[in-house]
Design a protein around this ligand. Structure first.
Ligand SMILES: [Cu+2]
Length: 362
């Protein structure tokens, strides 16, 4: 006998069943979820280089922070807009087939709307359409990492994309092959350290006397900044947010015999990294690991709007300069870093036969 109550229950069950297939389709939700704490560049959060695990959902929490920063030794200030408080934003690492689940938080103290466009993602302007948040809002985006490589992410609010990007809003997502990096012959490659160098071209307005102007908010700086941007002539070209951010006591470090992966991103403008006294043993110039890396490069080219990766095993100790080999940009505008390498000198690779001294007749 079917009661009214049972009929209602049946309807409820039917409704539940009707929604069940939709729920069942979201396979990603059933996967293991892992939360990763982001760290400021040049460092990269701990990660496995290869994995036998099943794909996971990797969750990241990313606040957007607008703040005034100093970009050179003269105390020039800049109204930066940042992912997670750093320029570039933090490097995120996942493996091919994993899902990136990012919660983007636009702090209430900010003045601008922001979003995020992942070059690694497919659809909705790289996720920008689904993550547009005003101050005091947050949004969560999930996408599948289907292609391997180092990929730029950047802010992309309609009508203001270029300004937000050159204000500091870019970073790198690295999608590693599940079985790790390989050379052009398919042999496995391993790195002992990984550093992210994010290059920024800055366009800071000057007053009538030629002194850099200081502003109280990004909005106040906007009109003047746009004028400088339209000259396509940056006032500063810096690594990791400021001249000297990666030199002297802030230098990157390594030991002789260690292999270092250098990720280099430029979200807006072309550049050409070069390690003075070293090389790129294996270089993914376009940054995409399904393409075989190039061997023994002296300088590599990073297209504006992309990231590249270079692997180098240090063979001699000393202080290496890592520069944008437009040397005017390196020396005059700021695009230079140091790598301090400890270890034993190899005379066979290089030896000073006689030190500088008076010219001897021969
Ligand atoms: Cu933005």
């Amino acid at each position: 006998m079917i009661t009214r109550r049972a009929t209602l229950m049946g309807a409820g069950l039917a409704a539940l069943l009707a929604t069940a297939p939709a729920l069942a389709l979201d396979e990603a939700e059933k996967l293991e979820h892992v939360t990763v704490e982001l760290v400021a560049p040049p460092f990269v959060h701990p990660h496995e280089q290869a994995t036998k695990a099943k794909p996971k959902v990797i969750e990241f929490h990313m606040p957007i922070i607008e703040k005034k920063v100093v970009v050179d030794d003269e105390g020039t200030t800049f109204q930066a807009m940042t992912f997670n408080g750093s320029m570039p934003g933090p490097t995120m690492v996942v493996h091919e087939g994993d899902y990136v689940q990012l919660t983007l938080v636009n702090l209430e103290t900010n003045s601008m709307p922001h979003n995020i466009d992942f070059h690694a993602a497919t659809g909705a302007l790289g996720g920008a359409k689904l993550t547009f948040v005003n101050p005091g809002e947050q949004a969560t985006l999930r996408f599948k990492a289907t292609r391997t490589g180092v990929f730029v992410y950047h802010c992309a609010p309609e009508g203001m994309v270029a300004w937000h990007v050159v204000s500091g809003m870019s970073g790198v997502l690295m999608v590693l092959p599940r079985d790790g990096l390989k050379d052009a012959h398919g042999r496995h490659l391993h790195y002992d350290r990984v550093y992210t160098v994010g290059e920024n071209d800055l366009y800071i307005p000057k007053d009538a006397n030629g002194a850099y102007k200081s502003y109280e908010s990004p909005g106040e700086a906007y009109a003047d900044t746009l004028e400088v941007m339209r000259t396509l002539t940056p006032t500063h070209v810096v690594f990791n947010g400021a001249r000297g951010a990666l030199t002297g006591e802030h230098a990157m470090t390594a030991k002789v015999g260690e292999t270092v992966l250098f990720i280099h991103s430029q979200a807006n403008r072309d550049t050409r990294p070069h390690l003075i006294g070293g090389h790129g043993d294996w270089v993914w110039e376009t940054g995409k690991f399904d393409n075989p890396p190039q061997k023994d490069l002296e300088t590599w080219f990073i297209r504006g709007g992309s990231a590249g990766a270079a692997l180098y095993t240090f063979l001699q100790p000393g202080v290496y300069a890592y520069v944008n080999h437009n040397l005017i940009e390196a020396n005059e505008l700021g695009a230079a870093a140091h790598v301090k390498v400890e270890g034993k000198w190899n005379d066979d690779l290089m030896k000073q036969i006689s030190p500088p001294g008076p010219i001897v007749a021969h």
